[in-house]
Design a protein around this ligand. Sequence first.
Ligand code: WT7
Length: 651
Amino acid sequence: MADTIENLLHEARRFPPSAEFAANAVATAELYERAGEDRLGFWADQARELLHWHTPFAHTLDWSNPPFAKWFADGELNVAFNCLDRHVLAGLGDRVAIHFEGEPGDSRAITYAELLVEVKKAANLLTALGVGAGDRVAIYLPMIPEAVVAMLACARIGAVHSVVFGGFSSDSLRSRIDDAAAKLVITADGGFRRGKVSPLKPAVDEALQDGAHTVEHVLVVRRGGNDVAWTTGRDLWWHDELAQVSDEHEAKPFPAENPLFILYTSGSTGKPKGILHTTGGYLTQAAYTHRNVFDLKPETDVYWCTADIGWITGHSYVVYGPLANGATQVLYEGTPDYPALGRWWDVVAKYGVTILYTAPTAVRSFMKQGRHIPEDRDLSSLRLLGSVGEPINPEAWIWYREVIGADTAPVVDTWWQTETGGIMISALPGVTTLKPGSAQVALPGIEVDIVAEDGASVGADEGGLLVITEPWPAMARGIWGDPDRFVSTYWEQFATQGWYFAGDGARRDKDNEIWLLGRVDDVMNVSGHRLSTAEIESALVSHPLTAEAAVVGAADETTGQAHVAFVIIKDSQVDAAAAEDAAEILRQHVAKQIGAIARPRQVFIVAELPKTRSGKIMRRLLRDVAEGREIGDTTTLADTQVMSIIASTMK
Ligand code: WT7
């Protein structure tokens, strides 16, 4: 993000941990030493210390068939047992696992013992519905405890969940169901959003309306209380079915490389990729990072990660990391500003939240609303703040620390991806001197570099591409059904060296610390959500009005990036829609096709698009227009007049 690079020059303050924080910190500098001496031994220790293994592993890493890693492959474990049973067996059954706060104000405290009973019942129900180890289950739910129960029930029986964010359209849901050949869909009648029930079941019905799919049953959680259409034989009420199953269920061990979940994410081309994660390595890194980066003290902390379970952050830092660590956490259903601004801060005060993990886009929107809103609430419980999803500009970082963290709470900026499974780059709050705007250093056990296109490390104050140079436990094991695409997307760029290419640009500073600079491909980051320009372009051209479309990411004060579309209307359609209507029609069409998060900020109807002589759209020039800059070099355009025509249309 352009303003990050500029701002970093204006923020020279550094924040070492306080003596008190350092003295009590979970993670010490010793972690770097141990990992430095014997990286694989370090990970093996983490796996043994943090998890329960039904069958201990002897082999840490099998990298004989790169880039397809196997971690702890001869070990066996059960992920749900690790997240629930062992805590209850250790006498912690009465500890609250989830403080659920519904948007309408209803709340529920669920202990580890209670959560375990729910998961056992759900595991029995899935089995009764014919779901077995290796089968895929699509989960399309609001942020309610049943989402956690559904995920853990799959994990318990070795089934593979594919959580689809509730904001995605029926088309997006269907393509994910088809790609993974899901046997079961777990959804809800609806969830609460801004005071209204936002229905989910109709999208499932629409997704499944033609019979040619693999889904046998749809389990429906009652949450919104809204009326729903019902397909007898296929649809079942979650609560009715759970009332009929046993609450006894033994968690059987599965090999560490058994699949745990598929999560779809946008790439720079084509359809979303089903990123595959397995159990042993993934859970090790989720637990390790959650404990050390967030300085977790499970006996006293109240942790809150605001991410939706539809994203990787919700998987690793709402479900698997916190529960593996026996943490107490808040799960909040709604939006930050309903019924009024300050709702999040009311939640923090109500539950005494000590650790908050959220995205820069949220911080920036709170900045806009004004500091009096958080300052009116008691946020004194907060002692650690985390950031994820996009670069946090130093101004937002300082505001987060000062206004939310009483000028004392460390802010850890965590860099990672759906594909990395867990946090890769972050400060350790009791060790690292914090530098606003920089994600700083690779975690102990993780090896990264910033390199030029030829693979040479860049020097101090130089920019390059971020690569991960050694395999790590939570790394993606592939793209569902498409191993070749896994290789070509991430491993081909630096095939000689065998490095993972993350798709992010980064800069190294004088202290050898890392500043993330945003994607170097056609992936955009809007409010911390990943979207591809290609995906939105294909949604736009699927509308009968559109002849051609190009989408670019433009810097946006609140959302980090926003996407802006340039569309040529078909000659035959020009009269059918007045230009302004067409723009709005197309914005809504994208929302319908992909989901509301994909709706472009602006759609400009243009007569031409800037193309090179070989016909390639020059997105760089469109970005200049979208960001209101002077238009750059146009000499390689086939028709050099095009940009001035576009620019004059904008005015
Ligand atoms: C992309 C991954 C990781 C969970 C949320 C997003 C960007 C993520 C940071 C950060 C700068 C960041 C990168 C990355 N990103 N965290 N702390 N600083 N950029 O997961 O949807 O898989 O997106 O988000 O560009 O490649 P995702």
